[in-house]
Design a protein. Structure first.
Length: 353
């Protein structure tokens, strides 16, 4: 007969029942807060075992521990999954906190405790940690290696502060370009006028450039055979960029932007963002501006000047236009100031009307 009691030392609840083979089982019960809940849990388990013994229900697969689930999850990731290393790093923290626990016994409270203990991580990184755990449970469920709730999905999202996107003031761009060496200047100008990511710039081949038709096909990023969005995209070439590309097409090797004096591309550790940062300091420009700010500058100006959100979405390679709108559809400082002055003309009680 099923039973339950409270352990006076640990404060946890212990439950016992007979399994489908008539063997006595006793274990600490997860996520119960009262003795009544503990008794109900034990009775439900014994009833479930009895139904399996009678052939009324099918036996569930053996429950994996979180550590076993993580190992299985990483083995199931496809070869083309480029973020495997990042996911493995995040799940390593999950394994250290919850690894010995059966997957079906992890509760949202356990996940919240894990996130609360990660005080060394930023809010965004903690949210990435939660999403990695959610992906673990989702993948194992789809592979039919786990049945049950997804405690990471049930856990509230980590509130990540929305920061204003860092962009260059157009008046500051000439000063930035003056501080860059010629090969860095070409890269920066291309990034600025095409909104390409750093990895996409380093992986561009000369055969992807169609100068006569004024477009570039972005097909890959870094050492990956595809872009971040897993799709090719056609990026228009502005006339101001034509002389730069003509010069780059004369460099040796297949890459559009090879390392100076080489036919080889830049390595994965290409520190162009630090090059931009140092150039900004020398030019006396605001802190926090990196290579990715060139892409953000193009996007912000494109939406503000043309009002064509679809144009910006296609060039940036966003699958969802809401991503483009959330990040880049905002008023520029000059527009804000102009609008504020128009409102003040109407509301100012000291205007002497």
């Amino acid at each position: 007969m099923a039973y339950a009691y409270k352990n006076p030392k640990s404060g946890s609840y212990i439950g016992g029942w007979k399994d489908r083979h008539g063997k006595a089982v006793r274990k600490t019960l997860p996520s119960v807060r009262t003795l009544t809940e503990a008794r109900r849990y034990a009775e439900d388990m014994e009833r479930q075992e009895w139904r399996i013994a009678q052939g009324l229900d099918e036996a569930r697969p053996t429950t994996l521990t979180v550590a076993e689930g993580i190992r299985g999850y990483l083995d199931l990731l496809p070869v083309e999954y480029s973020s495997r290393k990042d996911v493995a790093g995040r799940l390593k923290r999950v394994a250290s906190a919850l690894g010995d626990k059966p997957m079906n016994e992890v509760t949202p409270a356990d996940v919240m405790k894990l996130l609360a203990a990660a005080t060394d991580l930023s809010p965004q990184t903690r949210e990435h940690l939660r999403m990695a755990g959610q992906g673990l449970y989702t993948r194992m469920t789809k592979a039919r290696l786990y049945q049950g709730p997804n405690p990471f999905k049930e856990t509230p999202k980590v509130r990540v502060p929305r920061r204003e996107v860092a962009v260059f003031d157009p008046d500051h761009l000439p000063r930035l370009m003056e501080e860059l060496k010629p090969h860095h200047r070409a890269v920066a100008l291309f990034g600025l006028l095409t909104a390409c990511r750093k990895g996409e710039v380093s992986a561009l081949l000369k055969e992807d450039v169609h100068l006569d038709k004024r477009y570039v096909v972005v097909r890959r990023s870094g050492r990956r055979d595809t872009t971040k969005g897993n799709r090719d995209r056609r990026v228009p070439i502005a006339e101001a960029l034509v002389p730069v590309l003509q010069e780059q097409l004369r460099t040796p090797g297949p890459y559009l932007f090879p390392r100076p004096g080489s036919k080889e591309p830049y390595s994965r550790n290409w520190r162009i963002h630090e090059v931009i940062q140092r150039a900004c300091r020398r030019a006396g420009l605001p802190k926090g501006l990196r290579f990715k700010a060139l892409r953000a500058t193009w996007a912000t100006q494109a939406v503000a000047r043309t009002g064509d959100l679809r144009l910006a979405q296609l060039v940036l390679g966003h699958a969802d236009p809401r991503t483009t709108a959330d990040h880049y559809a905002r008023a520029l400082p000059a527009h804000l100031q102009q609008g504020a002055e128009m409102v003040a003309d109407v509301l100012n009680p000291l205007s002497g009307r």
